[in-house]
Design a protein around this ligand. Structure first.
Ligand code: NAD
Length: 358
C-alpha cells in the first residue's frame, strides 16, 4: 500500500490535482495497486481556514506519508497578508519539514510538441534531460544578509552570501550520479569556479564524489557557458547538477525550450517523503475556467510512481498515455495549434485516462 498526501492548494491547483487524483485511482484499478489517499490544506486556502499557510498537523501528516503531492499555491487574494504568512511560505516550510534538498526537473519534449517551442524544431526534438538543483543552501539562505546604511551616509549596502559546505555538495552530487545511472550515465556540473570560491569547493567535492561512480561520465561547465549551450545544443545534456540560484535560473530557461510551463513536472527529494508538483504556479488568470493544462500535474504523478514507489512500468504507461493523447491531436489552450482538437482541463484528464493501459 502506498500512502499519498495531496495538497490541491489554490487557483488552478485543485483543478489539475483533480485530474492527477482520477489518474491515481485508475492506476490502482488497472494495475491492482492500493493507494491510501488523504487531502489537506496548504497555501492561501490554509490561511483562510487556519490563519497559517501550513499547520503543524498538516506537516506531520506529510512527514508520515510515503509521498506528498501539491497542485499549486498563491494568488492575488493573499498578496497583502503579513509576509511571514504568505502562501509560498507554507511551501518552503513543507520542503524544509520534509528535508527536501534536491529539486529534480525533467526537461522533456514529448511527441511532436517540438513544433511549439520558440527554438527550431530540430534543436529540441526528442530533448530529454534532468536538472538537479540544490534547494536548501547557497545564496538564498547564506549569512550575513541584509540591507544596512553606509557609514558615510551616502546610501545603503545590500548583502547576500553564497555558502556551501562539503556535506551539502556531497549529498546533491550523489543524487545526480545515482540518477544518471538510471539514465544516460552523464553528469554535467554547473558552477562559476573561475570567479567564486564556493564554486571551487563545489567542483572539488563533485570530482571527489565522482570517484564512487566510475561508470558515469562527468563534465563541468561555467554557468554563463551553460546558459548559452542550453539554447545552442540542449540535447548534449543528460543530468545537470547545480547550486540553488544557478538552478533556479537555468531551470526556467530550460523549461521554455519545451514550449509550455503547463507540461513540466518536478520532484523535491531528500531524506524523507518526496514532494511532487507541477512547475507552474496557481495561474490566477485562468483559475476556475477548466482550461488549465493538467499534463504537468499528470506527469508529476508519473515521477512519483518512478522515484518514490519504484513502479517504473506504471510510470512509463502514464507517459505513453500522455504521448498518445498528444499524438491524437488533443490540446489544451496553452499548447493549441491550428488543426488540433481544443479540450478543457478535465477532458484532457479523461483522454489520458482512456489511453492508459496496463
Ligand atoms: P504561474 O505559473 O501561475 O502562471 C504563469 C503563466 O502561465 C500564466 O499566464 C498562466 O495562465 C500560465 N499557466 C501556468 N500554468 C498553466 C497551466 N497548467 N496551463 C495553462 N497555462 C498555465 O506563475 P505566476 O503568474 O507568476 O504566479 C501566480 C501565483 O502562483 C503567484 O501567487 C505565485 O507566487 C504562485 N506560484 C506558486 C508556485 C507553486 O505553487 N509551486 C510556483 C510559481 C508561482
Amino acid at each position: 500500500m502506498y500512502k499519498i498526501l495531496l495538497f490541491p492548494g489554490d487557483g488552478i491547483g485543485p483543478e489539475v490535482t483533480e485530474q492527477a487524483l482520477r489518474l491515481i485511482r485508475k492506476i490502482g484499478e488497472s494495475f491492482h495497486l492500493v493507494f491510501e489517499i488523504e487531502e489537506d490544506l496548504l497555501g492561501g486556502c490554509s490561511i483562510d481556514r487556519h490563519g497559517a499557510p501550513l499547520t503543524p498537523e498538516a506537516l506531520k501528516r506529510a512527514q508520515n506519508a510515503d509521498a506528498v503531492y501539491l497542485g499549486a499555491v498563491g494568488g492575488p487574494k493573499w498578496d497583502d497578508v503579513d509576509p511571514s504568512l504568505r502562501p509560498e511560505k507554507g511551501l518552503l516550510a513543507l520542503r524544509k519539514g520534509l528535508g527536501a534538498f534536491a529539486n529534480l526537473r525533467p526537461v522533456k519534449v514529448l511527441g511532436d510538441l517540438a513544433r511549439i517551442s520558440t527554438l527550431k524544431e530540430e534543436v529540441v526534438r526528442g530533448l530529454d534531460f534532468v536538472i538537479v538543483r540544490e534547494l536548501t543552501g547557497g545564496i538564498y539562505f547564506g549569512e550575513p544578509r541584509g540591507i544596512s546604511t553606509l557609514a558615510d551616509g551616502r546610501g545603503e549596502k545590500g548583502i547576500n552570501t553564497e555558502v556551501y559546505t562539503t556535506p551539502e555538495i556531497e549529498r546533491i552530487a550523489r543524487k545526480a550520479f545515482e540518477l544518471a545511472r538510471r539514465r544516460g550515465r552523464k553528469v554535467t556540473s554547473v558552477d562559476k569556479a573561475n570567479v567564486l570560491e564556493s564554486s571551487r569547493l563545489w567542483r572539488k567535492v563533485v570530482v571527489e564524489v565522482h570517484k564512487d561512480y566510475p561508470d558515469v561520465t562527468l563534465d563541468h561547465r561555467y554557468v554563463d557557458d551553460c546558459a548559452m549551450q542550453l539554447i545552442r545544443n540542449p540535447r548534449q545534456f543528460d543530468v545537470m547538477v547545480t547550486t540553488n540560484m544557478f538552478g533556479d535560473i537555468l531551470s526556467d530557461e530550460a523549461a521554455m525550450l519545451t514550449g509550455s510551463i503547463g507540461m513540466l513536472p518536478s520532484a523535491s527529494v531528500g531524506a524523507g517523503a518526496a514532494l511532487y508538483e507541477p512547475v507552474h504556479g496557481s495561474a490566477p488568470d485562468i483559475a476556475g475556467k477548466n482550461i488549465a493544462n493538467p499534463l504537468a500535474a499528470i506527469l508529476s504523478v508519473a515521477m512519483m510512481l518512478e522515484y518514490s514507489f519504484n513502479l517504473h512500468e506504471v510510470a512509463h504507461a502514464v507517459e505513453k498515455a500522455v504521448v498518445k493523447t498528444l499524438a491524437e491531436g488533443f490540446r489544451t489552450a496553452d499548447i493549441f495549434e491550428q488543426g488540433m482538437n481544443r479540450v478543457s482541463c478535465s477532458d484532457m484528464g479523461s483522454r489520458v485516462l482512456h489511453n492508459l493501459s496496463a
